[in-house]
Design a protein around this ligand. Structure first.
Ligand code: FEO
Length: 403
């Protein structure tokens, strides 16, 4: 006899997902608090499963579904997003529940076929804005192309005002408190921001357009049900997560200077601290020193969401930067944070190639470089540290004029 139960979230909708307490890596994004894979069951004359879960968690989802209805009662499955954390449980669910149809976007049909090469011929595409009545259930589909995959879409359950938003408005947070209001607000902010910074940031213009599209539809949204983390059901909480997303997508300049570096013999570390010392001299601007020996790349990405500058430091190792800095640059380049000032710095022994590399990479990231890179031969002199401090103060002052 199973103990796993579905959780009723509205009169007709149950959460039937799974909690992944152990997840610590999501394609390079450090998920320090695990995650959930949320699937939902809409009860009615023809029950519908909205999304599935990651393959290894199918048995958990099945137990929860069975606590409400037998699997065979499921008539349809909706796939809002084909990424494996939501779709790799789909083939097994098709086998076990034998749904009549699977609804997904046009791109979703192809994406699911490209993932699972032997799906039965029950995939049905739905268009942006299309409505569908299944028994006594009224649905509307909203295309959210490139948020964050080409096939991504929302499903709106009109009878109860539930927006099934797939990855949107979610976060990687393993919690048994399925409703947002039962979780620590600071944790929600941090994890929602980390999720946005690491997954959605490159698509910020589309996020802003998404809100316009949703507002134009004039939906009566009573509850937002993402596929990761808690559900937003209180009006003020829904407004809160929407406003966070809008704010982050605008990519404004904030009064914080992120100084990310790695060091070999503490020379570059000394330079980082000197820069921070300069920043703090400008009241209202905060430096954040992030040695990569103790900060994950996804934490740096989160901090940049609400920053105004990024300074990158690395000594030269074999005519390169240290590997940790190369890793960070590769990652941040893809996330495309706009509107940052910055500069690079680092120590060297006989060649200062890391500085050349950092400068080129920061230019490719469209970071507005202030003054010149700062380099120190072996160990920074007091003059070099003073130059670092002056740079920190100058960047802080500049940020002040922009916010
Ligand atoms: Fe949660 Fe884009 O997958």
């Amino acid at each position: 006899m199973s103990n796993l139960q579905a959780i009723k979230i509205t009169d007709r909708v149950y959460w039937v997902g799974a909690i992944d307490w152990a997840l610590r890596d999501f394609h390079g994004y450090h998920t320090s608090k695990g995650s959930t894979y949320n699937a939902y069951l809409i009860l009615g004359e023809e029950p519908i499963l909205v999304d599935t879960v990651k393959g290894p968690f199918v048995s958990e989802m099945i137990e929860r579904i069975k606590s409400v209805i037998p699997l065979e009662k499921i008539q349809y499955i909706i796939s809002n997003h084909a990424e494996m954390d939501h779709s790799s449980g789909l083939p097994e669910m098709i086998q076990l529940a034998s749904p009549k149809k699977i609804f997904t976007s046009q791109a979703g049909v192809q994406a699911l076929r490209d993932h699972f090469h032997q799906l039965p011929d029950i995939l049905c595409k739905v268009a942006n804005g299309e409505t569908l009545t299944l028994g006594n259930t009224n649905l509307k589909f909203i295309a959210t192309k490139m948020l964050h995959w080409p096939e991504s879409m929302f499903t709106y359950f009109a009878d109860e005002g539930v927006l099934f938003s797939q990855d949107a408005f979610g976060m990687h947070l393993a919690t048994q408190e399925i409703f947002a209001e039962h979780n620590d607000p600071a944790t929600l902010y941090r994890e929602a921001g980390t999720y946005f910074a690491n997954i959605l940031l490159p698509y910020s213009p589309l996020v802003l357009q998404l809100f316009k599209n949703i507002e134009a539809l004039n939906l009566s949204i009573q509850l937002v049900a993402p596929v990761h983390g808690p559900i937003w059901r209180k009006t003020e909480d829904i407004q809160k997560i929407f406003s966070w997303w809008k704010k982050w997508a605008e990519q404004k300049i904030y009064p914080k200077v992120v100084i990310a570096y790695d060091t070999m013999w503490q020379s570059t570390a000394k330079m980082a601290i000197a820069i921070a010392d300069g920043v703090i001299q400008e009241p209202g601007i905060t430096p954040l020193v992030m040695p990569l020996s103790s900060n994950e790349r996804s934490s740096v990405a989160f901090e940049l969401l609400e920053a105004g500058a990024l300074l990158l430091g690395s000594p030269t190792l074999n005519q390169q930067t240290l590997p940790s800095i190369a890793d960070l640059i590769c990652y941040l380049k893809g996330l495309k944070r706009k509107n940052l000032f910055g500069q690079c710095f680092g120590s060297y022994g006989w060649g200062a190639e890391s500085i050349t590399i950092l400068k080129e990479e920061m230019q490719k990231m469209f970071i507005t470089l202030i003054d010149d890179p700062i380099k120190a031969r072996y160990v920074p002199t007091s003059d070099v540290l003073s130059t670092c401090s002056i740079l920190g103060k100058k960047i802080a002052k500049l940020i002040k004029t922009k916010i």
